[in-house]
Design a protein around this ligand. Structure first.
Ligand SMILES: [Zn+2]
Length: 326
């Protein structure tokens, strides 16, 4: 099997699926949605030594993915397995998945390189990279900085390393630059954004949000921290405030940002928010005069804070079943 041809086939298949399932307000591709809409059986199991596999039952190919890894690994594995099915590959048991896609070492089997490439092209395509870059004001140069690559990775719903390689496909980075950048510890990016005591565990991500994120829909983890950068027009009496929309948003703390930190627009304050429960939330901030509620501006962001999938069927199937039974 010719590696180049198989990679090209994977790129074409991913482009087809991207057209078939538009992302709407989401910053990331809805991989669970695409798999279920295609009628492909999908199951999550606590697989210890496997990330995922394609299983054939009665002539129908289904996907099984581990619950033992985080949201971003699950998503990349789901896309990799979908790639195997759409490319008509032999069944495979995936112990490793290579986020470098077509840039993987020559020793990696061709079918695996193709499935990796499919996953990278589907979850980190140039179009989604550019959409986030445009919204955030990330120039090509800014996308050479680990802090911005980390924020891009969160918006795409892939790991920091996978985002480095997506930037190679988008011709923002060279492979040698990606190799150099992918080793930067994500922990450093988190700690540059938030005091350590606000980060509840090592899996929790820290999102840097600004007004630029308004009207987007983000897929996050239940413990993720949202560092909302706001600039108050204090002289005119306006302050940014978290609006209580009946959700479980809680302000964890507030800080003046590090003056060296160049994320997004100039900000006067960073308000740290976390949600108390799993589920779908709407994060709403208003720039208002507290005494008369005159509003100058607002930030509204949808957050799906369920995080990774748990044992059984995909979450939305279970939620639909509950809704039908209610
Ligand atoms: Zn595979």
């Amino acid at each position: 099997m010719n590696r180049r041809n198989e990679v090209l086939r994977a790129v074409a298949e991913a482009a087809k699926i991207l057209t078939e399932f538009p992302t709407g307000n989401r910053t990331s591709f809805d991989i669970v949605g695409a798999i279920t809409e295609r009628g492909i059986p999908l199951l999550f199991r606590p697989l210890e030594n496997l990330l995922g596999t394609v299983v054939a039952i009665g002539g129908i190919s289904g996907i099984m993915v581990t619950t033992q890894r985080d949201l971003h690994v699950q998503r990349f594995t789901l896309a990799h397995e979908l790639g195997h099915i759409l490319l008509g590959h032999q069944l495979s048991l995936d112990r490793t998945i290579e986020v470098a896609g077509r840039n993987a070492p020559a020793a990696r089997p061709v079918e695996e390189v193709a499935a990796d490439t499919f996953a990278s092209e589907l979850l980190g395509p140039k179009r989604l990279v550019m959409e986030s870059a445009k919204r955030q004001g990330w120039t090509k140069q800014k996308l050479h900085q680990p802090d911005n690559i980390y924020q891009l990775s969160l918006r795409l719903g892939i790991s920091y390393q996978a985002a480095c390689w997506a930037l190679v496909t988008s011709k923002v980075l060279s492979s040698s630059q990606a190799k150099g950048l992918q080793g930067a510890p994500v922990k450093n990016q988190k700690q540059a954004l938030a005091p350590t005591e606000f980060i509840v565990n090592s899996w929790a991500d820290v999102w840097a949000l600004t007004k630029a994120d308004t009207e987007t829909s983000l897929e996050a983890g239940p413990d993720d921290l949202f560092a909302v950068h706001v600039q108050d027009h204090a002289s005119a009496g306006y302050l940014w405030q978290l609006v209580d929309t009946g959700s479980s948003a809680k302000i964890v703390g507030e800080r003046c940002p590090n003056p060296d930190f160049a994320y997004g627009e100039q900000s006067t304050r960073v308000v740290y928010v976390r949600f108390n429960d799993r589920g779908k939330h709407r994060l709403v901030f208003e720039h208002l005069r507290p005494w008369n509620k005159a509003t100058l501006d607002h930030i509204e962001i949808d957050v799906d804070g369920h995080g990774k999938e748990h044992v059984g069927h995909a979450r939305r199937f279970r939620l639909e079943a509950v809704a039908r039974a209610a």
